[in-house]
Design a protein. Structure first.
Length: 302
């Protein structure tokens, strides 16, 4: 296996592939522990795994299904590839099959089947948009694409290696995530900074402050991400900065974001976004990167 080819295996709202040329140079080349509490598609993490810039990584997302897919890719890549190929043996790129898979009760599926289902739906639904209703059921419609990619075996194997693939004996406790080089968590974003300190780096990519009423995309998890959460995030950012942790945060370029992070370095960037209820509100939009250069940055500069 070779992690040099590892890249996002799933499409995700606000993915950072297009901004890696900006974000990459802002990251110090040597990092003790890298934290990403809003993992999503993980474009920044994959970039860092490929360039081997961290000693350890702590990855978290509030979306349980998504974190389970990461765990399946790490621990059972070949089983996942086989499960995806079983979908491909069916009339998989049809509305009827899509609706059948979408309607499945995931509690009846094992972890590999559940992970394959999520990747299948992500690859074939409209715009690759993960959206759930208040009951937590996936409700994005069929995308009707002519030739979507479903099984990328090479990338799944590369991602598995980057996540620390290992054959465990039956005696080992898989729940002890802290013993791994890359640890996966499903928790509130504030609760994964167990021993963060100088020399560590955090990249925050939360659901954005909406730039308009129609762009208020909060269905990333069933409980959303509201103004109280944005306030908790700002408090956490300042606390980590006071501990000399290097912090980078992405958000929308709005007056409230700039005011909230006043005093920190703010870099405006442009990104193409396709998720909005109105077509004329999609396209190139303004975003910002908020930066605190902590000990990891200072060591690089010295």
């Amino acid at each position: 296996m070779n992690t040099m080819g590892a890249r996002p295996f799933i499409k995700w709202a606000g993915g950072k592939n297009q901004l890696l040329m900006v974000i990459g140079p802002l990251l110090p080349p040597k990092i003790k522990t890298y934290y990403e509490p809003f993992l999503g598609g993980g474009a920044v993490f994959w970039h860092m795994a490929n360039t081997r810039t961290f000693e350890r990584a702590v990855l978290n997302d509030k979306n349980l299904e998504l974190i389970q897919v990461y765990g399946t890719i790490r621990d059972q890549p070949e089983a996942l590839i086989a499960a995806l190929n079983r979908h491909r043996e069916k009339a998989w790129n049809t509305r009827e099959y899509f609706n059948e898979i979408r309607a499945m009760d995931i509690s009846t599926l094992d972890i590999v089947e559940r992970s394959a289902r999520m990747i299948y739906l992500n690859r074939t639904c409209y715009n690759g948009l993960y959206r759930v209703n208040k009951a937590g059921h996936f409700n994005t419609p069929f995308g009707d694409y002519k030739n979507p990619s479903l099984v990328d075996s090479g990338n799944i194997r590369a991602c598995s290696e980057a996540l620390g693939y290992k054959v465990f004996s039956s005696q080992e406790d898989l729940s002890k995530e802290s013993t791994r080089k890359v640890s996966l968590y499903h928790d509130d974003f504030t609760k994964v900074f167990f021993d963060a300190g100088a020399g560590d780096v955090v990249y925050f990519d939360p659901p954005y402050v909406p730039i308009s009423d129609t762009s208020n995309f909060l269905a990333y998890t069933a409980d959303g991400f509201d103004v109280v959460d944005q306030s908790r995030l700002a408090i956490l950012f300042r606390r980590l900065a006071s501990m000399d942790v290097s912090c980078i945060l992405s958000n929308s370029d709005t007056e409230i974001v700039r005011k909230t992070y006043q005093g920190f370095e703010i870099i405006p960037v442009k990104a193409k976004r396709n998720i909005n209820s109105k077509g004329d509100s999609r396209g190139v939009v303004g975003e910002v990167l908020v930066i605190h250069r902590g000990a990891a940055h200072k060591k690089t500069q010295s």
